[in-house]
Design a protein around this ligand. Structure first.
Ligand SMILES: [Mn+2]
Length: 318
C-alpha cells in the first residue's frame, strides 16, 4: 500500500483505540465542529413529547450512538467506504423543548436548516419527521417519500392535537412538502381504528407495501415497485424502527407483531441505491424497553446504510 493523503477525516482507528473506548459519536466519527465542512451529518433529536403510548424515545440518539461503536468503515453490501468517499460528521443533538411541542417543532426545523449537509437524523419520536421534511422541502421542493413503519402516521389528530407522532405525514401532505405521485409506506400491519384510516391515507396519495407483501411478493418485486414510484425525484426515507418485528426491535413505543426482519429492511434500503436520496431519519428507538441493545444495534446499522446511500450519490450534491 502506498501512502495516500486522507481527503476526509474518518472514524477513530479501531486498530489503535478499541471500539469500546472513547466518546460515542456516531460510528466514532469526528464531531461537525472538528471538520472544516461535511457532506453528510448525523444529528440526534432527543424528543418524545409526541408519543401516544410508551414514552422513552428521547433516549434514542444516545443509545444509537453507543450501539454504532460496532460499525466498521467498509460496507460490502453497497461496495462503498462512506467515510472515505465523503466527509461524514456527528452534528450532536438539536435541543427541543420537552414541554412545548410547537416550540420543539420550530427548533428542530431551524436546527436542521442550520446544518449545511445532507442529514441522517436519529430520533426521537416520529413527530420530528415533519420539521425535517419542511427543511428538506425548502432545499429541494416537494419530495418523494419512502416511509418504513408498522403504522400509517397519517392520522388527523389525537385528543385534538395536530402535531403528534401519529400525524406527521398528514401534516406534511397538507403543507405541500410531499410529491403526492411518489409516496410509499412499507411494513404496514396491525390493527387500525377503522377502514377509513386506509381510505384517508389513500386520498393523500400513499401506496402501501404491507409487511405481508414483503413476505408474499418478495424483496425484488417490492423494491422494483418502490423504485418505479420514486423515479428520478428527490426522495426522503423515514424509518420508524417499529417497522421491524418486535423480535428484531423490542425497544420501541408502539410495537406490532408480524413485522420485517432487520435483514429484510436492510436489503430493501440497499436496493434503493442510486435513487436521489436527499435526507433520512431513524426514529422511535426507546432504549428502556430494549434488551441486549437489539433495537439500538439495528437502528445504528440502518443509519449506517442511510449514510452509505447518501455517500454513494454525493456527486449530485450541488
Ligand atoms: Mn411512526
Amino acid at each position: 500500500m502506498t501512502n495516500t493523503v486522507r481527503m476526509h477525516q474518518g472514524p477513530v482507528d479501531s486498530s489503535k483505540v478499541p471500539r469500546f473506548a472513547g466518546p460515542a459519536t456516531f460510528a466514532r466519527l469526528p464531531r461537525l465542529d472538528q471538520v472544516p465542512r461535511a457532506d453528510v451529518a448525523v444529528v440526534g433529536v432527543p424528543f418524545d413529547t409526541g408519543v401516544s403510548y410508551r414514552p422513552g424515545a428521547r433516549f434514542g440518539p444516545a443509545a444509537v450512538r453507543e450501539a454504532s461503536r460496532l460499525l466498521r468503515p467498509y460496507h460490502p453490501g453497497l461496495d462503498v467506504s462512506p467515510f472515505e468517499r465523503v466527509q461524514v460528521a456527528d452534528a450532536g443533538d438539536i435541543a427541543a423543548n420537552p414541554f412545548d411541542i410547537g416550540e420543539a417543532i420550530e427548533a428542530i426545523e431551524a436546527g436542521a436548516d442550520a446544518i449545511d449537509a445532507r442529514l441522517v437524523t436519529i430520533g426521537g419520536d416520529h413527530t420530528i419527521a415533519l420539521p425535517l421534511l419542511r427543511s428538506v422541502a425548502r432545499r429541494h421542493g416537494p419530495v418523494a417519500l419512502v416511509h418504513f413503519d408498522a403504522h400509517l402516521d397519517t392520522w388527523d389528530t389525537y385528543f385534538g392535537a395536530e402535531y403528534t407522532h401519529g400525524t406527521p405525514f398528514r401534516r406534511a401532505a397538507e403543507e405541500g412538502l410531499l410529491d403526492t405521485e411518489a409516496l410509499s409506506h412499507v411494513g404496514i400491519r396491525g390493527s387500525l381504528y377503522g377502514k377509513k384510516d386506509l381510505e384517508e391515507d389513500r386520498r393523500l396519495g400513499f401506496g402501501i407495501v404491507t409487511a405481508a407483501d414483503v413476505l408474499r411478493r418478495g424483496l425484488d418485486e417490492v423494491t422494483d415497485l418502490l423504485r418505479q414510484r420514486i423515479g428520478d425525484r428527490p426522495v426522503y426515507i423515514s424509518v420508524d424502527i417499529d417497522v421491524l418485528d418486535p423480535a428484531h426491535a423490542p425497544g420501541t413505543g408502539t410495537p406490532e407483531a408480524g413485522g420485517l426482519t432487520s435483514r429484510e429492511l436492510l436489503e430493501i434500503l440497499r436496493a434503493l441505491a442510486g435513487c436521489r436520496l436527499v435526507g433520512a431519519d431513524v426514529v422511535e428507538v426507546a432504549p428502556a424497553y430494549d434488551h441486549a441493545e437489539i433495537t439500538s444495534i439495528a437502528a445504528s446499522h440502518v443509519a449506517y446504510d442511510l449514510v452509505s446511500l447518501l455517500a454513494l450519490n454525493a456527486e449530485e450534491r450541488g
